[in-house]
Write a protein that binds this ligand. Structure first.
Ligand code: GAP
Length: 517
């Protein structure tokens, strides 16, 4: 675990050093849980968004996109339930004056039990060496069994308080913290306040005059922009059920425990798709979208073993099925995407609060009804983080050197081709520029002439550039260049006129989309 934490720290520094992600307002020492994407980060992020958008809108004839405003009528959030129920349970330590999410303190405690189990297993592995039977050890070791029992009991209790009748049981939550003897990481004491609810929405004011202003919220999810536009899109697009509306955009949450870099941010981006369907068909569509979304993730080639579904046992009152797609991050399996069967809750609520009839007339059955919805909701930044974490490698080379390389899927890489003149003279820079001028219409190219070729390769490896080309004296004679592959580091001589056909297919988003068909 400690080793994984080390790797994660290195990934965070790498993101900054190579222009992927910077702390927001860095010159003022940053702003908590807010980040800026740099020159390489924005390209990678745009490619992720393009992959998602095209998989939704191009590959499905019955899915269209929208781009709704971040500011919405304040009643939206009353109708959606966010004003009353979008809360986190908070607890303060009186000695350190630090505030924590009570549920996160308990989750961390569960993780500590898990760590303890893994440490026991590792110790036994070292002790028994090749005779070690891990499954048998886990099933029989008294120490492991005792810790599993404690962990499971805590987990059950936690589920009970989180899903109590009438909302989270705040008193029960504090009791768990006291019973488990959880201490404040700063003060080391157990001097806790009661647990209180805290709304996560950011508020601001719209309008200038005192009587004309109204409190509005920065949207905490993009989904509501889709729900309130359901009628507009259905009517103007003459959409027939089933159909979907996709959207990519910023969302804002005043997260109290913001940590793990861009995993939990206060300003982040979501890619959400609401799929409107006939009531009664929702469980079939839920299963279909689970499969479709998992295939989208796995087409990136990170290995099926790094993904899993986490089906929710306890559901929100309006949902009748929900699952998370979790990815194996250096800090464990974590949610990257949620898929929810939300019944007709949101559309019915907006109908009630707006007084508008929000229904679908089904020409096949001659009946009107409020559609049900399957939602797929993925965070762009979490997706970005999973791509970075899986791609980062400090590779030991046969010659004893090491290189840091990002094995990014070529279609997502910020730069697809780097072109180097071997030297800065004899017309080589001009020839290199000529190649870029020709290929830049097809994919992102970068020119580099500083330092020796080896150093330039390393810089390109570090940003995940899949191909480098070197222009030398021979190029001037026969129009061939050396093409170097990022992952294998193999080099081969190819004709300049063949570069486009060798590279273009592999680096295009289409190459990923084709895997989904
Ligand atoms: N409309 C449903 C919805 O917003 P959610 O589970 O709260 O559901 C969906 O969020 C996805 O948005 C998550 O799976 C995650 O990828 C991303 N997300 C949520 N909160 C986030 C945060 N504070 N920072 C970064 N990403 C976040």
């Amino acid at each position: 675990m400690a080793q994984q934490e080390e790797v994660f720290k290195k990934i965070v520094s790498h993101c900054k050093e190579y222009g992927f992600v910077f702390p927001s307002s860095d010159i003022y020492d940053g702003l908590g849980a807010v980040y800026d994407y740099g020159q390489n980060g924005v390209e990678l992020k745009n490619n992720i968004k393009q992959y998602w958008w095209q998989s939704m809108v191009l590959l499905h004839q019955n899915i269209v996109g929208i781009d709704a405003a971040i500011f919405m009528h304040p009643t939206t959030w009353k109708a959606s339930g966010h004003v009353d129920a979008f809360n986190d349970p908070l607890i303060d330590n009186r000695d350190s004056k630090k505030r924590y999410r009570a549920d996160v303190l308990i989750e961390d405690q569960i993780a500590k039990y898990d760590d303890k189990i893994e440490k026991e297993v590792e110790k036994a592995r070292k002790r028994f060496k090749e005779n070690f039977d891990e499954a048998q050890y886990r099933a029989t070791s008294p120490k492991v069994l005792e810790t599993i029992e404690k962990r499971d009991a805590l987990h059950r209790r936690f589920q009970e308080v989180m899903n109590a009748e009438g909302g989270i049981d705040l008193t029960g939550m504090k009791q768990i913290i006291l019973d488990e003897e959880i201490v404040c990481p700063i003060s080391g004491t157990r001097n806790w306040t009661d647990v209180r609810q805290f709304n996560l929405m950011f508020k601001t004011e719209m309008g200038a005059s005192a009587d004309g202003t109204s409190t509005i919220y920065l949207r905490p999810e993009t989904a509501q922009g889709i729900f309130v536009n359901y009628l507009n899109v259905q009517k103007t697009g003459r959409m027939k059920l089933p159909f979907g509306i996709a959207q990519i955009g910023k969302a804002f949450r005043n997260e109290i425990v913001a940590r793990q870099f861009i995993f939990r941010m206060r300003e982040f981006e979501q890619m959400e798709m609401q799929f409107f369907i006939k009531p009664g068909t929702e469980l079939d569509w839920f299963a279909k979208w689970k499969e479709t979304r998992m295939a989208w993730h796995q087409a990136l080639g990170f290995g099926a073993e790094n993904y899993r579904f986490h089906d929710h046992d306890k559901l929100a009152h309006y949902a009748n099925a929900a699952t998370d797609i979790e990815f194996h991050m250096p800090f464990g399996f974590k949610e990257v995407e949620g898929i929810h069967s939300r019944t007709n809750f949101d559309l019915s609520q907006h109908a009630k609060f707006s007084g508008k009839k929000i229904e679908y007339f089904d020409p096949d059955t001659n009946e009107s009804y409020t559609p049900y919805v399957i939602e797929t909701s993925i965070g762009v930044d979490r997706m970005f983080l999973s791509v970075m974490c899986h791609s980062y490698e400090e590779q030991q080379l046969p010659d004893g050197q090491t290189r840091t390389v990002l094995h990014l899927p070529a279609a997502l890489a910020p730069v697809k081709l780097a072109v180097f003149p071997l030297t800065k003279k004899d017309g080589l820079p001009e020839k290199a520029q000529e190649i870029i001028n020709d290929l830049r219409f097809h994919f992102n190219c970068k020119y580099e002439e500083k330092d020796q070729i080896g150093k330039r390769y390393r810089r390109m490896d570090a940003i995940g550039c899949p191909y480098c080309v070197t222009v030398d004296q021979q190029t001037l004679e026969d129009n061939t260049v050396t093409l170097r592959d990022r992952d294998t580091m193999e080099q081969r001589r190819v004709n300049i006129s063949d570069l486009r056909s060798i590279i273009e297919d592999e680096v295009s988003i289409t190459s990923l989309l084709k895997k989904l068909l």
